[in-house]
Each structure stands twice: as structure tokens, then as C-alpha cells.
Design a protein around this ligand. Sequence first.
Ligand SMILES: Cc1ncc(COP(=O)(O)O)c(C=O)c1O
Length: 400
Amino acid sequence: MKPATRLVSLGREPSDGSGPGGFVNPPLQRGSTVLHTSVADMRERVRRAMSGDDSGPVTYGIHGTPTHRAFLDAMTALEGGHQSWALPSGLSACTTAIQAFVQQGDQVLVPDSVYGPTRAFCSGTLSRWGIQAGYYPPDCGARIEEYIQPNTRLLFLESPGSLTFEVQDVPALAAAARRRGIVTVIDNTWATPLYFRPLDHGVDVSVHAVTKYIGGHADLLLGTITSNAACAPALRALIRALGLTTSPDDCWMALRGLRTLDARLQRHRATAERLIAWLQQQPEVHAVLYPALPQDPGHALWQRDFSGASGVFGVVLDPAITAGALQACIDGLRLFGRGYSWGGFESLLIPSYPERDHAPRLPLTRLIRISAGMEDPDDLIADLLAGFTRLRAGPGGVPA
Ligand SMILES: Cc1ncc(COP(=O)(O)O)c(C=O)c1O
């Protein structure tokens, strides 16, 4: 089946009461205590769980309800993985996936373009635990060998980077890591499992901020980790040891989000492309950072590895624009929300400061990030036009 069809049909089991003879959607099941039919049944379920077999009925709600399983099985199938887990946020999915494979004395390699809080975890929390964080240029490809140390245990990827949108050469990075027994973890949020399947390219573990496009409605905080068979035991052990769990309601919402992901992403991209075409005509716009653009430095890799593009992108503005003018431009916007996150139905526009988090090799002083939403693109362009009028008015900008 093609991916769009799989989005509609995955996670629906006649045994859940969904499908022919039942409702279209699986039921939402909440619960902590699980009742066993006998002591022998208890023992058998515990034995299976202890042996690492999560395919049967669980012993306790912390290990997931059928609602969790419906969503997570769909994610596993979409990512082509062995097993998936739900985490309370995208950030916790990133940090848990890293923690599962490292210990004191190890080094973790992270791209310079990585999401700021992931970077903060690596250089702050991990370093307190005696785990070193090293940073590499996201576009280094096979030159990653120059950054690998004898104690490198994990290579983290994020492609494209969520502020600066560099596409990484994932197969080259994964192959170099695998040759040295280094685990690879990728933050695959931008592409969603619909447009990029990292495990097919040699990556061990793929992470999503479900909060973004999969949730899609700015009303959900959730993350997932999907692993190949080799890395699953370490992840399973850590997630169980830490008692990490999520609400079944959130997983139900996430499964609901998957149903419309294909249509939403097409709309997000079409709107992004309309906005980009307008932005490229403005003299204050020096570059648009969006891998689907033929002139983008990551375009060739994106075209080789990805099957589509979502609708969040960066806009590099003239560095001579004053902070006051940019602020007036953004503050007066009526349709673009000034909010963190992306992937929801409402368009968002924020100033971003990669120089605050990234190494100095990314000197972008006037950068904005746009998440194209579901509004009519003509209305969004009118809002941007008014914003650029304020921008042009000089240091303080003019009232809208
Ligand atoms: C690339 C990327 N990964 C992870 C996250 C974290 O997701 P959450 O907000 O669910 O913690 C974000 C949030 O903006 C992100 O942009």
C-alpha cells in the first residue's frame, strides 16, 4: 500500500472493535491496573515482559494500553522500525533516546544545527554526568570521521535543522557510525515519517516531536522513539526503568492526526511555496532556507532521500535591518502567530537566533522562521506585505 493509504488504515484492529462491524476508530482505553485471569496468567505475562517480548498483553498500564499500541504500531510501520515508544514531549524523546546509549566517559556528537534544547541537554545535563558533547557541521557528510573520537558512542542527527534547515547526508553519516559501532539517533520531525524513513538509510533510532505535524493542531505535546531491533532493548530498559509514560488520550489524538497528515502536509507545502515565491521578490530577503528549493544547498540531498517537504522554513533578511524595525514588522502581524513550535493549522512567524545556540560558523543575524498554516495564502501574503511595509519604515517601524 502507498503511504497515504497506510496513514488511513494503520492502527485499526477488528479485535479493538474498530473496522468492519464496529466503529471506524479504535476506542480510547485508559487504565492503570490490568486484571489477570489467574496467577499462572500473571506469571506468564511477567515472564514474557522480562524476556523483552512486548507483543502480548501488558501487566500494568505504565507499559501502555491498546490505545498506545494502536498509535505506536502505526508509527513503527511508517518508520519501518522494530518497536516504538511514546514520550511526554519531542524533547523528552530526543533526550531519552540519547541517554539509552551513553554512560560516563562517552562522547556524543551533535550537529551544530540541532534544536536548541537538545543542545542544552547535551552540553549541560550530559556534561554534568561526565558525558562529553562534541559538535559537528551538519553538512560534513563522510568527513564526520574527522570529528569521531575513540570514546564517541552516539551520533545525533537532525535533518534538516529546525532553524537553519541544513539537510544532512544521512546515509554517509549512518554508514560511518556503523563501521565504528556508534549508535545513530535522528530527529526526523521536519519530514515526518511520511517524507523520510531514516531507518531505511541505515539510522538506528528515529525520533519525532509528534507535537508538530503529526498532532497538527497545536493542542498536543508528545514524542515518539522508533528503533531498529538491535537498539530496542536498551531503549525499552531505560524507558521502563525511568517509568516514562504518556496519556492514552494523547496517543489517540496522535493517531487521529496521522489520518489527515498527508493532506495537511500537501497544503502546508503549497502555502509555504506561495509565501516563498512572494518573499523572494522582496529586496530585504537575502535567502530562503527550504530544501525543496532548487537553489537551496541541501536540495540535491533532499531530492535524493526525501519524498516530500513540509511547510516550515527560514528567511534570511538583510543584516542591516534594525531590531526595532523587525520587531515592528512582527508585532503588527494579524494572521501569523508569534509562537514557538510549528506544524499546526495556524501560521506562525518568529525571529530566530541561531547564533545564540549554534557555533559561530552560522552567522545569521536577521533570521525569521515561518510555519505555513492552513489560512488562504493570499491573506497571508497581505499580512506579510503590511509587515514588510513596517520593516521598511526604518528603525522603529510604523504602526500597522
Ligand atoms: C526539531 C525539533 N525537535 C524537537 C522539538 C521538541 O518538541 P516538543 O516541543 O514536543 O518538546 C522541537 C520543538 O520545537 C523541534 O523543533
